[in-house]
Design a protein around this ligand. Structure first.
Ligand code: FPP
Length: 246
């Protein structure tokens, strides 16, 4: 296997075949905290540290598009205290754009911003604006995101265009649907990583993962490391993708 990395990282050789888009489901924060007798919010705080570390490593490795599932449309049902703790972690992260600028990373949110407090919505808009010219990597952060909501939202946009006579129903192709999803302009997910031992997609990028390779590990998200990511990428390079062909 050839050396690919631009910078020295903690493990040895990485493959030449890198996924164009890697998705991460950051699962297991609650269990990580529980195992240590800590309140769940501390698990999320630790998860946020791992998020920053893994994001940096994605950039070092040379990935171009990465998505992270931070908060689903269903997560609002969690206890108020836990939701508030996650919102405060967001606030803190969104206040510090330096890291993204230094890493030349663009940040885009997947999901409707409307559900967030006004100050968070403003921070989201500001960080998207401040990083819009960053072009080495794109971070798609799924926040108030649901795959079904994404497709429903696209359907509404297209129905409205039909209603106005801008397009006809026959113009609705897979390509047009994809162009109206939150991920418009970014490639489908090639490789989906879910730690924590759960074997499901949980409504994350369901359209975009149609042909994704899945990688599951029992490690809880706060313990997920750059070395684990390297291991996963090596496995990806050894899989044979057929896209329905032979
Ligand atoms: C799932 O683990 C995790 C979440 C619902 C929240 C994830 C949020 C973060 C990691 C913070 C992200 C912060 C930034 C800045 C992007 P879980 O609570 O369902 O874990 P469990 O299954 O063990 O209970």
């Amino acid at each position: 296997m050839a050396l690919f990395k631009k910078k020295e990282t903690e493990t040895s050789a990485l493959p030449e075949v890198l996924p164009k888009h890697v998705g991460f489901i950051m699962d297991g924060n609650g269990r990580w905290a529980k195992k240590r007798g800590l309140p769940r919010p501390l698990g999320h705080a630790e998860g946020a540290k791992t998020f920053r570390k893994i994001l940096r490593h994605c950039k070092d490795v040379g990935l171009q598009t990465v998505s992270f599932y931070a908060f689903s449309t269903e997560n609002w049902k969690r206890p108020q205290e836990e939701v508030q703790a996650i919102m405060n972690i967001f606030r803190e992260y969104l206040d510090d754009v330096r890291e993204l600028l230094t890493e030349n990373t663009r940040m885009i949110f997947l999901g409707s911003k409307d559900a967030f407090d006004k100050d968070i919505q403003e921070k989201m808009l500001r960080i998207e604006e401040d990083t819009k010219d960053c072009n080495e990597m794109t971070l798609l952060l799924a926040a108030n995101y649901g795959g079904r909501d994404d497709i429903t939202h696209a359907a509404r946009i297209l129905a409205e265009k039909v209603r106005k006579g801008e397009i006809s129903p026959d113009d609705i192709t897979e390509k047009l649907v994809a162009e109206n999803l939150y991920t418009a302009g970014y490639p489908d997910v090639d490789f989906l990583i879910r730690p924590s031992g759960e074997l499901r997609l949980s409504n994350f990028l369901i359209w975009q993962c149609a042909y994704a390779e899945y990688y599951f590990t029992n490690i809880l998200w706060p313990d997920f490391s750059p070395a684990e990511l390297d291991k996963a990428l090596i496995e990806y390079a050894n899989r044979h993708r057929r896209f329905g062909g032979v």
